[in-house]
Ligand binder design. Sequence first.
Ligand code: GLC
Length: 562
Amino acid sequence: MNETKKNLIPNRKWWKEAVVYQIYPRSFKDSDGDGIGDLRGIISKLDYIKSLGIDVVWLNPIFASPNDDNGYDISDYQTIMKEFGTMEDFDEMLAGMHERGIKLVLDLVVNHSSDEHKWFKQSRSSRKNPYRNYYHWWDEEKGKPAKRWSFFDVNGDAWKYDKATKSYYLHYFSEKQPDLNWENPKVREEIYKMMRFWFDKGIDGFRMDVITFISKDTTFPELPEKYHGNFIQYYAEGERRHEYLQEMNRKVLSWYDIMTVAEGPGTTTENVLEYVAEDRPELNMAYHFEAIDLGLQPPERRLLDPNGWSLIDFKNVYSKWDAVFAEKGWGTIYLGNHDQPRMVTRWGNDAPEFRELSSKMLTTFLMTMRATPYYYFGDELGMTNIKFDKIEDYRDIMTINLHKLIEKEGGDIEQLIESHKISGRDNGRTPFQWDDTANAGFTSGEPWLKVNPNYETINAELQEIDENSTLNYFRNIVKYRKDNPVLIYGKYTLVDKDNPNVYAFTRELYGKKLLVLLNFTEKESSVKTYLDLSRAKFLLGNYPNPSVNGTLKPFEAVILEF
Ligand code: GLC
């Protein structure tokens, strides 16, 4: 597209045009042999990151933490986690990224801190302490507080009794992650100050952890009836959430050229614009769970039925979410992250004959939708779930505590283990597979989480030299998206919507029209496009001999131009 046409596109923004690459620092590259990835490891791989063609790196939390939840329990927001390195390493890493034209987004975890944060240590020390009100306390003489569910607690209970002051404190996540009290203006000012510290260092944005949960009704009433069976929705509908985010925007975000993205549990197509419409203003983007949660089993939604979704559901969800942003706001798209299993295992097929094909097909989906793609490290290699057979192999507090809870309830442990082979978070956290040397070249020590034994065949070094590898496919399609604004801004239209096997859609912008065809099955499948395919030009696909007649080979992806 020529420059004049590009200039016609309204509301262009760098973060809409960016491809975000998420790095889980604990598992990317270890530089000092302690078995834990670190910042110097990232520094040593900056040229690899650059070679992917991505624009933004999002790093999971790198701040001081006792690591109850791998850094999502922060004990000091302005210090680097000792396992990850020092502030000097951070500065060098940031400069190295900026030199290469890569922006850096950090994780902002401010719904809760660690119980080892100095604020909480003060807060729990006495009812009269000036920090008392930094957290949510419920004094024992008021009786037992109304039930709140916890995601990670061994009893599923979000209230923990603390003997020292004879009170309960609130923790939506583990008992080492007490929830901060946003009603207290001092807490908000501390958070804003800390955010400015990082922006003044030059970071380019924040991904905001469970930011939809920050506002709470501090009278802590019984969970209203309409939220029974859906406490997440209740957590996400605190009355003052938008007031806080608008204040944060006014006091901090609006002063910098940065991007923000909410982790948005509880966001729906009805309410998401309240977070991301330009005229609010609050945040730039949010990511929802509606697609990624397909197949979670009612009533508790703790376990996953891997076959409990259909491509029709999947298409409906993504089409509905695209429509929300047709006029206002902007979307995100992802199929993997540190809370999810590996994309190819969950949404494709990780058997040897289909692994590469289906990885490339899913990558094609992510890179051709109208939304900023968040691409999870290792998916470019087609890394797969490790599928642990026993609980001892897991390191994730979520799995470990759910196991304890189910054991206590006398529930079905076997079912948990089986279901977590597909859905367990540690599947997406195994070390990055660099080469076929010991521990996949990730560490010279003992890795903190087992390396997937398939590293001998699935690794970056092998894929570098193979021009048809998933790695090189990713590089090509990233470049392709960036060179073709129609893939970023173009109108999206679902085609052959009731087709159970093929996801087909068009993207159109200023006279340019692309057709994307994605076969989500291991069978040959046909699609009705109502377009004259004989006129189409083949642009990109995942087979050497692409199908251009509307009948696709197993997991085939093709992009055609009209
Ligand atoms: C978010 C994070 C997840 C973490 C939780 C608590 O969902 O993505 O990894 O465990 O918040 O901070």
